[in-house]
Design a protein around this ligand. Sequence first.
Ligand SMILES: NC(=O)c1ccc[n+]([C@@H]2O[C@H](COP(=O)([O-])OP(=O)(O)OC[C@H]3O[C@@H](n4cnc5c(N)ncnc54)[C@H](OP(=O)(O)O)[C@@H]3O)[C@@H](O)[C@H]2O)c1
Length: 301
Amino acid sequence: MLEPTQVHSEGPTFSRLVAGVMTWGKWGAKLNATDMARLLEQLVERGITTIDHADIYGDFTTEEDFGKALAIVPHLKEKIQLVSKCGIQFPAPGFDHPHKAYQYDAPYIIQQAERSLKVMGVDTLELLLLHRPSPLLDPDAVAEAFARLRSAGKVQAFGVSNFTPQQFATVNSRFPLVTNQVEASMLHLAPFTDGTLDQALELRCKPMAWSPLGGGKLFSETVPAERRALKEAVAQLAEEKGVGLDVLMIAWLLQHPAGILPVLGSTKLSRWENYLQATDVSLSHYEWLHLWMAATGTELP
Ligand SMILES: NC(=O)c1ccc[n+]([C@@H]2O[C@H](COP(=O)([O-])OP(=O)(O)OC[C@H]3O[C@@H](n4cnc5c(N)ncnc54)[C@H](OP(=O)(O)O)[C@@H]3O)[C@@H](O)[C@H]2O)c1
């Protein structure tokens, strides 16, 4: 069983592996309500209780589909922690969004959080994230929205996604944030060197890593020439450890001292059953750095 982890001293307690639902609905597997309910139940049984949404997933339809699934298994509502995101707009049926845009005015943040609650049929979100930074973001407006949502009990904790460390610090100076959800994997190393993980360590805000398996790009038969050495290094160590490549990639993230929470996207239970092995895989400093060097393509200086 997976041990839960506290994201921040003031923040939520989440499962160490988080289920991302971006491709559960219209944008991917198109699970019907029964299949979605079954998958959710199977994940919860295995200790994967934190579910990562965004209002936009499935062209603004996946939260509603998830709500229909939850209505089949309502007993799970008190066992799961729901994360959602808002702020990205694009034209979609039922929405007055004529263009792609980012919108972080207080009324819009509140409106979208309330919509997430309504369509999922729940009373509260454990975490609300601002989906992407906007050049027009006003941290005072954000703080006002967050304060109102929290005092109404509609959202328990707040964070951002894809923000630079300075953008995080700016919002955090007005309202305490608990996490920055960023793309991080052996195929996307920027957060390791751009200050994102250093800031997470400094503030003790555990980061969430989206696409922790790089969207599966290393697993296909043919990988681009520049990734072959990485694949070989991962495959060799995975074999030594007796696990799959995916498990080793997750273990590598888990072992970083920032306490990263990988947000995984598969809709296949068999994959999840493997992923659970990642918490038992231990890498020596040398093994971790060996994979780092394979991922960066350079020796340690
Ligand atoms: N905050 C943001 O801006 C942002 C952006 C993107 C995503 N996200 C979140 O992150 C979540 C995960 O993103 P992701 O789906 O890119 O993550 P991922 O877990 O890195 O990639 C999932 C993909 O990898 C494939 N895969 C996984 N294990 C595999 C294996 N052992 N062999 C072959 N293929 C394998 C999956 O295929 P199968 O489906 O066949 O298993 C799926 O296509 C999303 O659901 C969303 O919640 C957030």
